[in-house]
Design a protein around this ligand. Structure first.
Ligand code: HEC
Length: 174
């Protein structure tokens, strides 16, 4: 600590001092690369952290209208698979553990627009409200486009092939 710098023998490239410097440069570079990989890593079912414009608008809609029941990361409510004593059901997850990804776009669109009774058996005690009074068709498509980012590639691929037979309505009002 107290040795003055000038008392050391002069060092050329390749000396231990230089090696140390290069090594710490490598460590810093690795730390940066690691941090970047951490931020872009898949989370949940493989949700990419970088969203496109439509997905970002959908995320805002999701947080405002859906997250209170379905969870911020689409995890759903506890015991969602069991009906309550009154016949109602907790909100199911939208992540890979649920079955939102089993449904074609047309069905998902109908559920969000009309509510939980859409495509359910008669007499089903639905509690999810329909959003047709508060969201445009385009916003419904945006929120569902965001929900798809919660899935992994396998779920996305399956759901997209399901949707060939049941796409979003082509006359969706913008
Ligand atoms: C008040 C709580 C609540 C809110 C708010 C809510 N949901 Fe739901 N959601 C439910 C429940 C409960 C169900 C199951 C059907 C039922 O019982 O109504 C459901 C079912 C669904 C399904 C079908 C899932 C499946 O596996 O079949 C989709 C898709 C869905 N919701 C999307 C949304 C979207 C998108 C929003 C926001 C625009 C939203 N929900 C807001 C409670 C809610």
């Amino acid at each position: 600590m107290s040795t003055p710098k000038h008392s050391r023998p002069a060092r050329r490239s390749g000396s231990p001092g230089r090696t140390k410097l290069v090594l710490s440069g490598v460590v810093v570079t690795l730390a940066i690369v690691g941090a970047v990989l951490w931020f872009v890593r898949p989370s949940g079912g493989g949700a990419p952290v970088s969203l496109n414009d439509v997905e970002r608008r959908g995320q805002i809609l999701y947080r405002a209208n859906c997250a209170s029941c379905h969870g911020t990361s689409g995890q759903g409510q506890v015991n969602w698979q069991s009906a309550r004593p009154d016949g109602t059901r907790p909100a199911p997850p939208h992540d890979v553990t649920g079955h939102t990804w089993h449904h074609a776009d047309a069905v998902l669109f109908g559920i969000v627009k009309e509510g939980g009774a859409y495509a359910a058996p008669p007499g089903y005690a639905a509690t999810m409200p329909g959003f047709k009074a508060s969201m445009t068709d385009q916003q419904i498509i945006e929120v569902l486009t965001y929900v798809k980012t919660i899935w992994g590639p396998k779920e996305r691929q399956y759901q997209s092939s399901m949707s060939e037979m049941g796409p979003f309505p082509s006359d969706a009002q913008r």
